[in-house]
Design a protein around this ligand. Sequence first.
Ligand code: URA
Length: 220
Amino acid sequence: MTDIPNTPPGTPAPVTVVDHPLVQHKLTLMREHDTSTASFRQLLREISLLLAYEVTRTLPMTTKTIQTPLVEMEAPTIEGKKLALISILRAGNGLMDGILDLIPAARVGFVGLYRDPESLQPVQYYFKVPQHLEDRTCIVVDPMLATGNSSAAAVDLLKKSGARDIRFLCLLAAPEGIARMQEAHPDVAIVTAAIDSHLNDHGYIVPGLGDAGDRMFGTK
Ligand code: URA
C-alpha cells in the first residue's frame, strides 16, 4: 500500500461524496425511471464534468515561468505527465466523454471486464492503456461501484502495468463496493456522487438507477 501524504501509515485513501447541489439535482434526474436515454446521456456528460473537478482537486502542482503581456511571472501548472483516464467498459465511456471535455490532453485507456452473472466475478476481455503509467495520475472511471469486484480487478491490472497514483471516479457507490475497494486497494481514493443503501441479490445498487450501460446506450 502507498501511504497517503500527511496521514498516519495505514490510513485508507478518502472516499469523497460530491454533495454539490448541481450534482445531486442531476443525479436525481438520472435515477428517475422515466428519464429518456438522450436526457440520461446528457446528464451524465454534465455531471462527469463536476465530478472530474473534484477528483482532480488534489493533483500535484508546480510552477513555470511565463510572460504575461505586462511582466514575467511564476504561474501554477499541473506537474508531471498527462493524466491517464481509464474507462472500465462499457459504462465507463459515458463518464469519460465529459471528463475529456475538461481534460482534453488526457491519455485514455480501456479495461474490458464483464461480470459473470452467476458468480458476479469479473472476466477480462480487453486491456489497452497508455505508456508510462508509473509517471501519470490514473483516474479509473466506472459509473457504478457495485460489488467492487470489477473495479478492484481493473486496479490490479493497472498496478501490474506500473500505475502508482490511482483514483477511482464513479457516480454511485454501494457500501459493499467501497469496502471491497478499500480492502483490496486502500491507497485508491474514491470520488462518488452518492453512497446508496445496499446491493440486491443480482448485484444491483439499491435504490440506484438501474443498469447504467443500458440506460446510457438505450440497450436492454
Ligand atoms: N452496474 C449497473 O449498471 N448498475 C448497478 O446497479 C450495478 C452494477
